[in-house]
Design a protein around this ligand. Structure first.
Ligand code: FMN
Length: 141
């Protein structure tokens, strides 16, 4: 089958930090991700709570698979599993090169997310729905 490398996809995964990230380390990670993604047409959202990461990436299949290799090889965390992969017509986070939600923002905007971060695969679609829901928030929040 011919795979269109330019088609737009949404990809999500959860992972666990090997060591707890400090606020500074989170800011540095976010900064790096934001700059790279913005320059490369990649958008999405990243959550971090109690050593768990959950991320949605949007972009062309080619760009996302390249970035995904890098993220998988990042030895600061261990991938738990992929939670979603689908072709999309339009992005959920068109203006977010990457937006970060730490514990405070998760508690404020998506409190239910926490229980799903270390949950079973059965709750992955619920987790993705919660992750996507923050797209409705204004940047200032
Ligand atoms: C949870 C997690 C999410 C990440 N997300 C991104 C991302 O969206 N974009 C990005 O460029 N790097 C991201 N990174 C960083 C990459 O894994 C990797 O460190 C970086 O792209 C490599 O850059 P360098 O080798 O030039 O330092 C992420 C890392 C972690 C641990």
């Amino acid at each position: 089958m011919l795979v269109d490398q330019q088609s737009l996809i949404e990809f999500g995964y959860i992972s666990r930090a090997k060591n707890r990230f400090s606020n500074l380390e989170l800011i540095q990670l976010f900064d790096k991700a934001f700059n790279f993604n913005t320059a490369n047409g990649i958008t999405g959202v990243l959550f971090y709570e109690n050593r768990y990461f959950a991320q949605i990436l949007e972009g062309t299949r080619e760009d996302i698979s390249r970035l995904w290799k890098q993220i998988q090889n990042d030895n600061r965390h261990v991938i738990i599993r992929e939670i979603g992969f689908r072709e999309i017509d339009q992005r959920t986070f068109p203006s977010w090169g990457m937006r970060f939600f730490g514990a405070d923002r998760i508690a404020k905007h998506v409190p239910n997310l926490k229980q799903h971060l270390n949950g079973l695969p059965g709750s992955d679609s619920k987790l993705l729905t919660l992750m996507r829901s923050v797209a409705a928030l204004d940047r200032s929040q």
